[in-house]
Write a protein of this length. Structure first.
Length: 150
């Protein structure tokens, strides 16, 4: 199974009284999401499943892939790392899954997937961590990509 943890790209600052879930990508975030999406699209199988947080910034990031995506409350802001991995089917799933979500959850989910402990690892805005589980062996890190590297 391949699991890609993709942190949403740069988003607007919170506004007083505004809903956090309504925050949209900035122009920079739109550009970065498109850049990373193009890199991913060239490498992902057509059957890859995309799951996104219901927050607008995560949905916009996922939309840059130009594939249908599922929206899951299990990936919302404040989600638990174990819930993210379970929603993706990690490590026993049989397909490639792209999860688009938030910090600090995605960093902790990467740590949990790789070490068994949900440590507070950090993913940069717009970054992707590509993990692979093979035949019950230890997980592999396939790639770590940030928008400025592609």
């Amino acid at each position: 199974m391949d699991l890609l943890l993709w942190r949403h790209a740069d988003a607007e600052d919170p506004t007083p009284g505004g809903a956090d879930s309504a925050r949209r990508l900035t122009a920079k975030g739109v550009k970065h999401a498109a850049r990373v999406a193009a890199w991913l699209a060239a490498r992902l199988p057509a059957s890859a499943r995309v799951i996104a947080s219901p927050a607008e910034r995560a949905r916009q990031t996922a939309a840059a892939l130009s594939r249908s995506s599922e929206i899951s409350e299990r990936l919302a802001v404040g989600a638990k790392p174990a819930d993210v991995l379970e929603a993706a089917g990690w490590p026993a799933g049989d397909q490639t899954v792209i999860v688009v979500g938030h910090q600090p959850t995605l960093g902790a989910a990467a740590a949990l997937a790789l070490t068994g402990k949900a440590d507070p690892w950090r993913l940069r805005k717009g970054a992707v961590w590509w993990l692979r589980a093979v035949d019950g062996g230890p997980p592999l890190v396939v790639a770590v990509i940030t928008p400025d590297l592609v």
